[in-house]
Design a protein around this ligand. Structure first.
Ligand code: GYE
Length: 346
């Protein structure tokens, strides 16, 4: 197995560093994970044939992100043959770059990166390539000059997600016979420069362009968080008194927007002042779809750990991998949400 060669290198490197540090025992200062207790030093047990995986997660900004992290942490466990080094960058790209460099210096077998934004990765990914460490992207993508700087990517078709929300609105307006009436929309966008934000925005706007009677009054950055969603929605309600549709690019922002809408004495849903469209499909949001507070929730599947371990297994056996792996997703509405809400575990 490929990682065994690296394991020898790691052990020799660790011995060398230990000797250089007079054997003080602290080779690397690493943030460990609950599954592998805190790893102050990279102490992959010599008698265990473990694949060492360094994961740089962007943060914990949303319920979806927590589920994404959980999928990774429950996949890369010791009993499944992995030693997981997990780093939470707390929404800062520079922390992700530091983590990747730390993984490189520890000669991990694989690096998994969930990049907060698409730009700014060329240098550090070149360093990983020079070190012979495959980089696998999850959730969001990177915009690099040399596409060989990462091996593959696992995630959602965000453009399709945006289109699905637009198509739902088209069909809804047709059903209620208001397809010709003016529709005023506001958009709460996710993290600026992120793949999911750009894809959902482009997909929804693709549909919007087919409707001259649809008007996006304003599109604002609400950073995928509930607090920012509430803050920005409050401003939009103070600015506009004729909002018909709120497009929140994730459930957390939708939760914040609903708080602001209710605080303003407005109502939502089929017979309310405005409709709320959302993305992700978390359990609490699906309950709001069931109640009608959220009209439609376009699923974004965070369960990407199994795909990542399948890819590593292929790479370990020199098998070919695709350049992209799309996770399955659907659309939740008041009509179908009852069939799925009980199984939703996040
Ligand atoms: O929709 C949101 C998270 O990139 C798909 O990031 C991900 C998005 C997801 O903060 O909840």
């Amino acid at each position: 197995m490929k990682h065994l060669l690296k394991k020898t290198g790691r052990l020799l490197f660790a011995v060398f560093v230990a000797a250089a540090l007079c054997g003080c025992g602290r080779y690397f200062d690493m943030e460990g994970t609950p599954g592998n207790q805190r790893a102050d030093t990279l102490t992959v047990p010599a008698n265990e044939d473990l694949i060492v995986v360094g994961v740089s997660q962007m943060g914990s900004e949303s319920v979806w992100r927590t589920a994404h992290t959980n999928s990774i942490q429950t996949t890369f466990t010791r009993d499944k043959g992995y030693f997981l080094i997990f780093n939470n960058a707390r929404q800062k790209q520079e922390n992700q770059i530091k983590a990747v460099r730390s993984f490189i210096s520890q000669q991990v077998d694989y690096i998994i990166l969930s990049p907060i934004t698409e730009d700014g990765w060329d240098t550090v990914l070149q360093e990983a390539k020079d070190a012979g460490i495959p980089v696998i992207l999850t959730d969001r993508r990177v915009n690099v000059c040399d596409s060989s700087l990462y091996t593959t990517w696992v995630g959602s078709n965000f453009l399709e997600e945006g289109k699905k929300a637009g198509v739902w609105l088209e069909e809804y307006l047709q059903e209620i016979g208001q397809e010709q009436k003016p529709v005023n929309l506001v958009v709460l966008r996710g993290t600026e420069g992120s793949t999911s934000m750009m894809g959902r925005t482009a997909g929804f706007e693709y549909i919007t362009r087919h409707h001259e009677n649809w008007c996006i009054l304003e599109s604002v950055n609400a950073e995928y968080t509930t607090a920012k969603g509430r803050e920005e929605m409050k401003k939009l309600l103070q600015k506009y008194n004729d909002i018909n549709v709120v497009v929140a690019q994730n459930d957390d922002m939708a939760f914040g927007a609903l708080e602001a809408i209710y605080d303003a004495g407005k109502t939502v849903g089929e017979n309310g002042d405005m409709l709320v469209l959302s993305f992700d499909g978390t359990r609490d949001a699906l309950k709001m779809v069931q109640s009608g507070a959220i009209s439609v929730d376009v699923e974004c599947n965070p369960d990407q750990g199994p795909y990542l371990s399948m890819i590593i297994n292929k790479l370990e056996n020199d098998a070919a991998v695709q350049r992209a792996y799309y996770v399955p997703e659907q659309v939740f509405t008041t009509e179908n949400v009852g069939d799925f809400i009980e199984e939703r575990n996040y």
